[in-house]
Ligand binder design. Structure first.
Ligand SMILES: Nc1ncnc2c1ncn2[C@@H]1O[C@H](COP(=O)(O)OP(=O)(O)OP(=O)(O)O)[C@@H](O)[C@H]1O
Ligand SMILES: [Mg+2]
Length: 281
């Protein structure tokens, strides 16, 4: 099975609004970011794939099997989900929350399994704390632990970075990376934060209801994010900018600028790529 999720030509209208306009997405093992601006269709796509929103058209395959509408419990069991605006109960402790969430999902994990899920997200020491008194970043880790209780192969999160500071966002992607590498749990997350999308193994860029590009972030950056550019300044105040089309030419270019007093090398970047793909430039 090459793809955990294969969504082909998904369509969804809400009255006049076209939310999905032939969106296709392929999710491999690893960490995949679905990145797009507000209103691009991320939540509709994710919830459509999960059978939580009725789609007007298209086909969805999960783990190689075609699904229509509500997921069978056999497939649902293989997926852990944290949707947009998800929250556990403020007045319960973390462990009580996870016990409740598990029971609602038809699971009966032991305390050891609950602590193990918390451990995977680096939140074991929060076990006895009240959920409502945790910081946003701590709550997000506990939310993710609740989605791991059923030991899924695939974790799907809709905008998990909301409310997190830049450092906590980077830690969140590191957590996904750890889950994918260490625990064999693949992750699909939606985001409009390019800095965390660019840390995923693959990024799918969604704009106005269509996935306009998908691939490793560096490849997307190379394709759309401009060239390598060397900016050199000289002691007489002069400046020179050299565009480098092929990275292999960079050493030769730098050699030619040996008498510069300051050199800055700019790489093609995801921000430029995204701006171009989203039609901002
Ligand atoms: N239940 C709904 N009823 C009517 N229109 C909707 C509904 N849900 C979404 N839409 C519209 O569909 C489009 C796509 O919305 P969606 O929530 O999927 O985008 P998104 O990429 O998740 O945005 P955000 O980044 O703001 O969460 C938007 O124009 C939105 O207004
Ligand atoms: Mg959304």
């Amino acid at each position: 099975m090459e793809f955990l999720i294969e969504a082909i030509d998904l369509r969804k209208r809400y009255g006049e609004v076209i939310a999905l306009d032939g969106a296709s997405l392929r999710v491999r093992r690893g960490v995949t970011a679905l990145v797009g601006p507000n209103g691009a269709g991320k939540t509709t796509l994710i919830e459509g794939v999960l059978g939580l929103r009725r789609l007007d058209g298209g086909r969805v395959y999960l783990f190689g099997e075609e699904v229509r509408g509500e997921l069978s419990s056999r497939i649902a069991k293989r997926i852990g989900v944290v949707l947009e605006g998800f929250s556990l109960m403020d007045t319960l402790t973390v462990v009580e929350n996870l016990e409740l969430a598990a029971r609602l999902a038809g699971l009966r994990p032991s305390l050891r399994q609950i602590l193990n899920a918390l451990d995977k997200v680096g939140a074991k020491e929060l076990a006895r704390r009240l959920y409502g008194k945790l910081s946003t970043g701590q709550r997000r880790r506990v939310d993710i632990a609740s989605a791991l209780l059923g030991e899924p192969e695939l974790l799907i999160l809709d905008e998990p970075e909301a409310g997190l500071d830049p450092g906590a966002r980077v830690e969140l992607v590191a957590l996904f990376e750890g889950l994918a590498r260490g625990d064999g749990v693949s992750v699909l997350f939606s985001t409009h934060d390019l800095s965390i999308a660019s840390r995923a193994w693959e990024a799918a860029v969604i704009v106005r209801g269509r996935v306009v590009e998908q691939g490793p972030p560096l490849e997307i950056a190379r394709k759309y994010g401009g060239t390598w550019r060397v900016r050199a300044r000289f002691s007489d105040g002069g400046e020179k900018v050299v565009e480098v089309g092929d990275l292999r030419d960079l050493p030769r270019v730098l050699e030619g600028l040996a008498d510069a007093v300051f050199i800055n090398v700019e790489s093609p970047d995801m921000f430029n790529a995204f701006r171009k793909l989203a039609g901002y430039v």
